[in-house]
Design a protein around this ligand. Structure first.
Ligand code: TXA
Ligand code: MG
Length: 310
């Protein structure tokens, strides 16, 4: 912890655990440090970063206003996998928000992340610690495999328990708006703030950047659909299957990674990115995946699978 805090204090960017995915963290208030995040990730500057805070007092230093409905959400789901878009103060570098007027703020629940935030005395900007467009990391080994040589340090926190990124929520024209499906379900958000306006950008020049159609993508082609039909279509190729629940009879698949044999969506979310990486690294030509039930965390899983297949 002391070593990690020292690197951050010197303006470096390092790998850090959170309950959703591993992040690539740097001092959010130091534009030079933040630049190193973009360089290590090969991330375009139009894609803004989420700022991680230890407590609500830090939020007050970073934002001008906190709409009551979003404060209710923070009260209910922080610390946790929820990011709120709030009007930023000048102290937040424009680099962090890609020039946008709002800053994404999240209070992570992972105890190692919380301890690190307390040790640094400044908020941490941190995107997921993967090369831009690739699968997000849910273990320190994932981070090491892709960013070794580019960052000086990774703080170990064990495998991530949630496994998909935070849900992103903002406030527009008197209504709560959803920008990304994530670790807190739509149902759980709507229980607090009422019906959400969906602002899930799908274009390549999005108003809420980063929600590009192609994202979270393995290097192998991924096809999303009904496994039985897809399996028949790709019979002559080496096939990797990302399974959910029990599998239909198939012509000898080459590799199977089960997200959850019992059909548990939380378990499937937790295993999703490891499953994609495992099949991407296996000796297969194509990856086949099926959509999971589109409820609760299933929406976040289906969203990532759609982007992985685009
Ligand atoms: O769970 C998470 O949110 C993880 C962990 C590390 O906290 N972080 C994460 O960061 O997923 P990243 O950079 O992979 O995704 C952040 C996305 C951006 O691509 C963008 O879509 C949205 O959050 N975002 C961040 N700040 C924003 C802003 N000011 N306005 C609009 N969208 C914003
Ligand atoms: Mg990301």
């Amino acid at each position: 912890m002391a070593t990690a805090a020292r690197w951050l204090g010197e303006g470096a960017c390092i790998g850090m655990p959170t309950e959703t995915v591993y992040g690539l963290a740097a001092n959010a208030l130091d534009a030079a440090a933040v630049t190193r995040i973009f360089a290590a990730k090969n991330r375009p500057y139009f894609d803004p970063l989420i700022v991680h805070v230890p407590d609500l007092a830090t939020v007050d230093q970073l934002v001008q206003a906190f709409p009551a409905a979003l404060a209710d959400l923070a009260q209910r789901y922080w610390p946790g996998p929820l990011t709120l878009l709030l009007p930023k103060r000048e102290v937040v570098p424009d680099l962090v928000t890609a020039g946008l007027p709002r800053v994404g703020i999240r209070m992570p629940a992972h105890p190692v992340a919380q301890a690190l935030l307390k040790a640094t005395h400044f908020p941490l900007a941190a995107p997921s610690a993967n090369p831009f467009g690739y699968i997000s990391p849910t273990t320190s080994a994932h981070v090491y495999a892709q960013l070794q040589g580019k960052i000086p340090y990774i703080l170990e926190g064990g495998p991530c328990t949630v496994g998909v990124e935070s849900t992103i929520v903002g406030w527009e024209d008197g209504q709560a708006a959803l920008y990304r499906y994530g670790g807190i379900s739509v149902e759980a958000i709507e229980a607090v703030v009422g019906p959400l306006r969906l602002c899930l950008n799908e274009s390549s020049n999005p108003a809420a950047p980063g929600m590009l159609t192609t994202h979270y993508a393995p290097r192998k082609p991924l096809y999303l659909g009904e496994i039985g039909a897809l399996g028949a279509q790709f019979m002559t190729q080496k096939v990797g299957i990302l399974a959910f629940g029990t599998l239909p009879e198939l012509p000898s698949p080459y590799a199977v990674y089960s997200l959850s044999e019992t059909g548990n969506l939380a378990e499937a979310a937790q295993r999703l990115f490891t499953g994609l990486r495992t099949l991407d690294g296996a000796e297969v030509d194509v990856i086949l995946a099926q959509p999971v039930p589109n409820v609760g965390l299933g929406r976040a899983i289906n969203d990532r699978l759609r982007r992985a297949s685009a």
